[in-house]
Design a protein around this ligand. Structure first.
Ligand SMILES: [Cu+2]
Length: 175
């Protein structure tokens, strides 16, 4: 308990310059907020919102079946898989790899399902810089139409343990 109660109005009213800065920052906040909404619609940068709940066992089974059906080769112990044009493809993250290596055709649209076998990983497709969180029990469907031919690197950009820096995958686009 204080010895004396504070005065009834103990603060000083805002000066004109303080009021101006409150308004400037408020207007700036509104501009940034509307920018986010405009960017969501016009920026074409928004991550896919198509996700499903899936158990790790089920997704592993789907990925294994997919590999078995469409495997065309092997690279460094990883299967290389060519999904049917316009079809579904599966990529599973686990410590510390992305499997399988997909071989896609330029100009064809694919539904690429992403999920994790163990913990959280980050799917980062380089150099196009496409980023997605990959979590166990979630099936993220990325609709992708490759526009360029070449080899693209998939990095993990979510720290996932000692081998995180070795977690490099690949996506091949052919003519
Ligand atoms: Cu990682």
């Amino acid at each position: 308990m204080s010895l004396a109660a504070p005065e009834r109005i103990w603060w000083k009213p805002l000066g004109w310059d303080e009021k101006l800065w409150v308004w400037v920052s408020l207007v700036f906040c509104v501009i940034l907020l509307s920018g986010m909404i405009v960017w969501h619609v016009a920026g074409l940068q928004t991550a896919p919102s198509e996700t499903y709940s899936v158990s790790v066992e089920r997704f592993t089974q789907l990925t294994d079946d997919f590999i078995e059906e469409y495997k065309v080769g092997e690279e460094n112990g990883l299967p290389v898989v060519r999904p049917p044009a316009g079809g579904d493809a599966y990529v599973q993250a686990s410590t510390w790899q992305w499997s399988p290596i997909l071989e896609l055709q330029k100009g064809q649209t694919y539904r690429i399902h992403l999920s994790s076998k163990d913990l959280q990983h980050g799917f980062s497709l380089q150099p196009v810089n496409y980023n997605l969180q990959v979590l166990p029990d979630y099936d993220y469907v990325m609709t992708l139409t490759p526009a360029d031919v070449g080899e693209f690197t998939i990095l993990c950009n979510e720290y996932c343990g000692l081998g995180h820096h070795l977690m490099v995958g690949k996506l091949i686009v052919t003519e």
